[in-house]
Design a protein around this ligand. Structure first.
Ligand code: GLP
Length: 240
């Protein structure tokens, strides 16, 4: 794992966007995945700017989403699908070759998982997986206790996740499950970029990067990835 400590959130965003651009320049037919949440907002914005200025060609690149709250649709505030539409896909003047976005409101969630698996199997493995980290060490919705060998799956949300989820959609929704790419798919990615910002992430980042590899901290598995970058700001790196 390569640790890149950045001065602040903006520098973290710049470095992460730069690593994403590098993956696509090296392999224009890349399959890439970005997370939702607060952390990637700056990175995604810089990525869009590069594409819209003509500095990065994504016309051969495919995009697949990482995770979604079960029950939330693409019009629901706080859904990953809406985030991706508003921050990324809807802002691109030159679109990706193709996108596959998880539908958290699908009636048949088993088929939704199968479709995600099929997409990644067909066009993958992932060239680049950008990931945030939850306060319990989750990646996507690979919650603590997750089976490292899983592909896409539905999972009950942990208490930690339930405690923080209202920052995305207030009291409007009370999802109990998440749908997510599995750690098996993430670990097969050619490059992984883990991003983290802020003092509230310092404790879990220490466990993930310096602690033992354990299902109780899913992000710790990244220690075993052969090409993983942790791009973090100084506040998040304070306990490393
Ligand atoms: C969310 C999502 C993850 C995200 C993580 C951190 O619940 N399931 O994909 O990376 O938690 O979110 P944030 O960046 O808002 O701290």
């Amino acid at each position: 794992m390569q640790l890149i400590v950045c001065r602040d959130y903006n520098e973290m965003s710049r470095r992460a966007a730069g690593l994403a651009a590098e993956s696509i320049r090296e392999k224009p037919s890349a399959l890439v995945s970005f997370p939702g949440g607060e952390t990637p907002v700056g990175m995604v914005s810089l990525f869009v700017d590069m594409v819209n200025r003509g500095e990065l060609d994504i016309s051969g690149t495919r995009f697949v989403s990482l995770d979604e709250w079960v029950g939330l649709s693409g019009t629901d505030e706080g859904s990953c699908r809406l985030f991706l539409h508003e921050k990324l896909l809807g802002r691109l003047r030159r679109p990706f070759a193709d996108v596959h976005i998880i539908d958290g409101a699908a009636e048949d969630l088993g088929s939704e998982c199968a479709a995600l698996d099929d997409y990644i199997a067909r066009y993958g493995p992932l060239t680049l997986s950008v990931l945030g980290i939850g306060l319990n060490g989750h990646l996507g919705f690979n919650e603590d206790g997750v089976d490292f060998t899983l592909n896409a799956h539905i999972t009950p949300l942990s208490e930690t996740t339930k405690n923080v989820m209202h920052k995305y959609f207030g009291e409007k929704f009370h999802p109990a499950f998440g749908i997510t790419q599995g750690l098996a798919q993430i670990m097969r990615a050619e490059k992984v970029v883990l991003i983290a910002s802020g003092a509230h992430k310092a404790g879990i980042l220490r466990k993930a990067l310096c602690g033992e590899v354990s299902e109780s901290v899913p992000a710790s598995l990244l220690q075993r990835h052969p090409n993983c970058f942790a791009v973090v700001d100084e506040a998040a790196a304070a306990l490393l």
